[in-house]
Design a protein around this ligand. Structure first.
Ligand code: FMN
Length: 293
């Protein structure tokens, strides 16, 4: 196997070593997060790329060399972006700064630049989409969530502690089995396959609220059926829905868009998406997300 070591990489490592040495007394930042082994990294990376750019990037060099698409998604957008030591924005800014400081690279790497510009444009879009001012000012807030195993409840409580307002737990009239296989592969799978939106123990009442955080676990590639019922039986006309999603590796799917289809007349904002009940980075990520709403 041929191993090529670029002199630039060696120069970078030498510079990095000097910087690390000069800063050895500075308190270290948090450890990077490592994705759980069972994560579908391609799907994870694909979700991140869509989040960055607002859509799927196809064709061109990605079609010519599909391996680079796989590498970008599984390694760059999954392994590296998931580390969480930098926000997506900080990472992009660092990338552009580094590229622009390397003489001659800008011309030679025109393909990369085009991709980078696309990513940055995606960022700018995402940022303007997010920076809608403080939507929670003087608004009545409800944090509604469904949770079978406790992860979404955990995140709902974190959100509630930040935004205040009222809380509502969405529960089905007939509780799900407590056994995972019976719940996941029995009742929930049947409801998913047959598009059953189960009756709720209490439909809740969103009429007095302006902003409704709606939390769901990812269940069979979409939101939990109980949340579908909640969105259908309540009148969301003119309200703002802020989704939050916990998942087991599949990401956010199209849950936010699907919430918009069920909650007629609602405006749906960018969801907060977290694996399981989160990790040491979650509070910071949550705070950043809330700030941008
Ligand atoms: C019925 C069922 C279906 C699930 N389907 C998915 C899925 O399609 N994609 C995924 O990433 N995780 C899936 N999971 C995992 C959950 O989304 C994840 O564990 C979530 O954090 C659970 O939230 P909870 O503890 O609030 O119930 C599923 C779990 C269950 C019980």
């Amino acid at each position: 196997m041929l191993i090529a070591v670029s002199p630039r990489s060696l120069n970078a490592l030498n510079t990095f070593m000097k910087v690390a040495d000069a800063r050895k007394d500075v308190k270290a930042g948090s450890e990077g997060k490592v994705l759980p082994k069972e994560t579908d990294k391609f799907a994870y990376g694909d979700n991140v790329q869509v989040e960055l750019t607002g859509g799927h990037i196809k064709g061109g060099v990605l079609e010519f060399a599909p391996a680079i698409d796989q590498y970008l998604k599984e390694h760059l957008f999954a392994d590296i972006f998931a580390r969480g030591v930098l926000t997506y924005q900080e990472r992009e800014i660092a990338t552009i700064s580094a590229l622009s400081s390397i003489q001659g690279v800008m011309l030679k790497l025109s393909v990369l630049i085009v991709l980078t510009i696309l990513f940055v444009a995606g960022f700018a879009y995402a940022i303007t989409q997010n920076n809608k001012g403080d939507i929670m000012d003087n608004k009545k807030i409800l944090v509604a969530y469904f949770s079978w195993g406790g992860n979404t409840k955990f995140i709902a409580e974190k959100i509630h502690s930040q935004v205040g307002g009222d809380m509502f737990r969405i529960e089905t009239a007939v509780p799900y089995p407590t056994d995972y296989n019976e719940a996941a592969y029995g009742v929930a799978k049947k409801q998913h396959d047959e598009n059953i939106h189960p009756e709720l123990k209490d439909n809740g009442d969103v009429s007095e609220y302006d902003v409704i955080f709606v939390g769901t676990p990812a269940w069979w590639y979409t939101m939990a059926p109980a949340v579908m019922t909640f969105l259908e039986v309540n009148n969301f006309e003119g309200k703002t829905i802020v989704p939050f999603i916990t998942h087991g590796g599949g990401g956010k799917y199209n849950i936010a868009q699907e919430m918009g289809q069920l909650a007629k007349g609602a405006k749906v904002l960018t969801p907060f998406v977290v694996y399981g009940k989160g990790d040491s980075q979650t509070d910071k990520e949550l705070e950043n997300w809330l700030k941008k709403l």
